[in-house]
Ligand binder design. Sequence first.
Ligand code: FES
Length: 105
Amino acid sequence: ANVTFVTHDGEKHEAPLTEGTSLMQIAVDNNIPGIDGDCGGEAACGTCHVVVDEAWSDVVGTNDEVEEDMLAMNPEREPTSRLSCQMTARESWDGLTVRVPEFQI
Ligand code: FES
């Protein structure tokens, strides 16, 4: 199973989806530009912000309250924004596409 990260320059970066690993960790492990994961997955830094492709937002679910607090401060926040560290990958997400915003706070 694979996930595609689309960076703001329009470039597509595919990475293998590892069940049970956070999307942030997958991005970091695969050197996806723009996803830093500075806080190590504590929903406290916002550097792992991604915008989920609308076709997938029901499948991966919405953000919870902790995420909401962090995302609310982000000027690039969109309706399907998520913190990728709070998204635990599933095999069934094969083909998932997320966008990486231009600026990460
Ligand atoms: Fe810091 Fe996700 S890694 S909020």
